[in-house]
Every structure is written in C-alpha cells, then in structure tokens.
Design a protein around this ligand. Structure first.
Ligand SMILES: [Zn+2]
Length: 280
C-alpha cells in the first residue's frame, strides 16, 4: 500500500494570506484568515512531506491586499513566497476592473519573477465567462509566450454554461490547442467534457465531493480516466466544502490510499506531473 502521507509531494493549489490581511480580519475569522498564515502552513508542509506548494490568488484583490490593488496582491504573494524560498511559489492574479492592456502589462511584469509559475483565472469569482473577450486576450498572450494558465473549474452541476464550465473551456482549447493549461477541481462534475485534450487536472477541493457521489472505486476510475500522466495532487487548503481545514490532508491521503495506484504512479501524481506542468 502506498504511504500517501509520507511520500514527497507538491501541493499545486493552496491559499495563504498576507499578514496585514489576516490582522485586519481577525475578528471576522473564516478559514482563509484562521488557517492562512504562512508560518503555520510551513509546519504542515513538514508534517506531510510537502516539498513545495503553489499559492493561488482569487481574481479578487479584496482577498489578498489591504488597498485592493492587483499590484499589491503580487507584492504580497512574492513576500509570502520569500518566506520559504524554493518551497512556496505562486500564480499571478488578474483584476478585470483594469483595462486589458494594463492587465497584460501587469502579468508580463509578474511572470518575469521565478516564483511566479503562471496565471490564475477564476471566472466564478469575477462572474465573467471564461470564454469571454477579456480573458481571450489573456489566453492569446499566454499562448504566444508559452505561459501556464490555471483555470478554476467547479461549475454548478445543473449549468452546462456556468462561467467556468468545461463547455466554455473547450472553446478556448479549440482556439489555442497548444496553450499550457491546468484545470483546478478537474472541471467539477462535468470533467468528462475535458478528457483526452491533454490538459493537466488537479484534484483540489473536489476529491471528497467525488467520493461522496461515486464512492472510492468510482472516483478511482474517474482519476484514471483523467490520465495518470496528467493528474496533479492539490488540496485547495484551507478551503473545502465538506472538510474542516485540519481534516483536509489526512482525508485526502485516506481516500488516495484506498485506490489502486502503484508507487510509480503515486510519485507522478504527487510530484512529477506538477514538475512537468511547470516545465521544471
Ligand atoms: Zn482555490
């Protein structure tokens, strides 16, 4: 049996918060505030043998800065990465209130930093469709410059045309078939729309949800269907619809340890595929 707790890992999708945002929001609490401290997370990394982790922004500057400005968000993300060099990395953020020329300029500056692995697009948070023209300019730029784009995709089950739906993501792939793309939360329960397209999938947030609906064996089948060569370990810590923050890692490993992956496959899922995804 694979020891998922102790195998060396990368968590390819987590959330941490700048200390001034935590300080200002302490009395309101919430998982991001109560569990988003960098120093606390470094202890978790040691406990679970997490070699490195990728911090994701929200496309909402109110979450990661006190002046609600995407450039401050980037500075804050870089500061957090600086607290654990070569262990914490991040994705660049977008504020769609800015005109697209300004956004591209800010992204260009951001991805020059070695801590910044790509760009995160969260169409559910912005309520702007992932295949809309603003994002198209970003995909065009990412495609031209070979930049990795991570797309949040966890649509509401009954909506095939939700802002971040796989149906919409397919429009992007049709236009930019060579674009480097990672699908966070595997596309939710509409993942089938995205299989066989050569995309990376990370199992952040959705794994316990899948198990609730399809059981371990059914979920195991889905993960294999997404392709073991493209499957990336990630949790969305400290955020989860079904689990408390402190339960997330143990539950993920408990679920994965009941599946049929070999040692070699587990190493790919836990680390090697993420390295391939970020071109390292
Ligand atoms: Zn997330």
């Amino acid at each position: 049996m694979i020891d998922w707790t102790n195998i060396k890992k990368i968590d390819a999708h987590i959330h941490l918060m700048p200390s001034d945002v935590i300080e200002a929001n302490k009395e309101y609490g919430g998982n991001f505030i109560d569990f988003g401290d960098v120093e606390d997370y470094l202890k978790i990394m040691d406990k679970y043998n997490i070699e490195s982790a990728f911090i994701m922004p929200f496309n909402d500057p109110y979450m990661l800065s006190m002046d609600f400005n995407v450039c401050t968000v980037h500075n804050n993300l870089l500061d957090m990465c600086g607290k654990a060099k070569n262990r914490l990395f991040c994705f660049a953020d977008i504020d769609i209130r800015n005109d697209i020329e300004k956004t591209i300029q800010i992204l260009e500056d951001a991805v020059r930093r070695e801590e910044v692995l790509g760009v995160k697009i969260h169409a559910a948070n912005t309520s702007y469709p992932i295949d809309g023209i603003y994002y198209d300019e970003i995909f065009k730029w990412a495609n031209k410059n070979n930049i990795l784009v991570e797309i949040h995709s966890y649509p509401r089950t009954h909506l095939m045309d939700d802002m971040c739906s796989p149906t919409r993501i397919k429009n992007i792939i049709k236009k930019y078939p060579k674009l480097r793309m990672s699908i966070a939360h595997i596309g939710g329960f509409q993942y089938e729309e995205l299989t066989d397209l050569g995309l990376f999938f990370n199992i952040s947030a959705i794994l316990p949800d899948l198990v609730d609906k399809y059981g371990i064996a059914g979920t195991n089948k889905i993960l294999r269907r997404l392709d073991v060569e493209k499957l990336v370990f990630a949790t969305d810590y400290p955020d989860n619809r079904k689990l408390e923050p402190i339960e997330i890692y143990d539950k993920y490993f408990e679920i994965l340890s009941q599946m049929d992956f070999s040692e070699e496959e587990a190493e790919k899922i836990c680390r090697l595929n993420a390295l391939k995804m970020i071109n390292k």
